[in-house]
Design a protein around this ligand. Structure first.
Ligand code: NAI
Length: 330
């Protein structure tokens, strides 16, 4: 690689440019940062580049892939773990796809616990009150996590760290995974039992056809009254309208959402001062027992550094050898 590898970097934010510029120092890359997301309209920007670097809300469907290959782009480098936004089947034999399978499971698991604690101890309410010198405790009563049952769906890298954190709080952990980890000391149960027994349920599995809307009207009905749901995985695991109904009927006690099924046009952007079009999200946000963060769980210094280094390593490896240990295949 004597000539610099040209990377078109989509959906770039200040924290991305800082970490990637740092990681690219002394290496053979020329990175052009585009603030816009990659989609069918913006794909024209990729002309003349070797690689496109994309994130969770870029659109990499069949049309975009065809356009990229026509332009001579050789690789789609995801700077995230999930790849549900890429038509991997269509990419096969057309263009390479690499991802960052792990960068800091701690970042996401710790954020899930931060959301849970904030929600059940009403920290979000207390913070606003004391800022206004209101020191009343009315309406701030929470409950102990100690002794509660937490159901963890997906016991991969993030799920396991979350389980360890929960155990540290003295919680009883049960889990569901399509591929249970052997000899892990984790109590695996069928998904129906997760719904039935859990006081709190946290999602750490990928979004697939199977997991799409695994939380819907029916599963919510089978959950304990007052259940707290935490989703730091992918929004579409939860049917947002069914969740809203569950909150309104008081069956769901609280929801902690770092992801939302229609987040693509909203999350990561400053929409203050705009008329907000998504009624379901607006209603959810308006609920006192719903906390929304905008896909922020990954956002730690350690994670960003790892993401930048692994992404550039993946690109280097793929362009030099034609493959990568972090390649996404069908
Ligand atoms: P991982 O691949 O280590 O673990 C995923 C686990 O889910 C595996 O144990 C797998 O067997 C299990 N699984 C697969 N299909 C399943 C199914 N149908 N039902 C139940 N379990 C199933 O992934 P990792 O690193 O733990 O990440 C989990 C998810 O977290 C990712 O898929 C991604 O969507 C999300 N994520 C969110 C971030 C954020 O900033 N909010 C950042 C990073 C990841």
């Amino acid at each position: 690689m004597s000539e610099k590898t040209k990377i078109a970097f989509f959906d770039a934010k200040d924290y991305d440019t800082a970490s990637f510029d740092e990681a690219a120092k002394g290496r053979n890359f020329k990175i052009k940062y585009f603030e816009t997301k990659l989609d069918e309209d913006t794909v024209k920007l990729a002309k003349g580049y070797d690689v496109v670097c994309v994130f969770v809300n870029d659109t990499v469907n069949e049309k975009v892939i065809n356009s990229l290959t026509k332009k001579g782009v050789k690789l789609i480098a995801l700077r995230c773990a999930g790849f549900n936004n890429v038509d991997v089947a269509h990419a096969a034999n057309n263009i390479g796809v690499v991802r960052v399978p792990a960068y800091s499971p701690y970042a996401v698991a710790e954020h899930a616990m931060a959301l849970l604690l904030t929600s059940i101890r009403r920290i979000h309410k207390a913070y606003i009150r004391t800022k206004d010198f209101n020191f009343s405790l009315n309406g701030l009563m929470g409950f102990d996590l100690h002794g509660k049952t937490v159901g963890v769906v997906g016991t991969g890298k993030i799920g396991r760290v979350f389980i360890d954190i929960c155990r540290g709080f003295g919680m009883d952990v049960i889990a569901y995974d399509k591929f249970p980890a052997k000899d892990s000391g984790i109590e695996y149960v069928p998904i129906e039992e997760i719904w039935k027994r859990s006081d709190i349920i946290s999602f750490h599995c990928p979004l697939t056809e199977e997991t799409y809307h695994m939380v819907d009207k029916k599963s919510i009905k089978n959950m304990k009254k007052g259940v707290v749901l935490i989703n730091t995985s992918r929004g579409a695991l939860i049917d947002a309208d069914a969740l809203l109904e569950g909150i309104r009927s008081r069956h769901v006690g609280a929801a902690c959402l770092d992801v939302y099924e229609e987040e693509a046009d909203v999350f990561f952007e400053d929409r203050s001062g705009h008329i907000f079009e998504d009624d379901t999200l607006a209603r959810l946000i308006s609920m006192p027992n719903v906390i929304v963060t905008s896909h922020q769980a990954f956002l730690t210094k350690e994670a960003l550094t790892n993401i930048a280094h692994t992404t550039l390593d993946n690109i280097e490896e793929y362009l030099t050898t034609g493959k990568s240990k972090n390649e996404v295949t069908v």
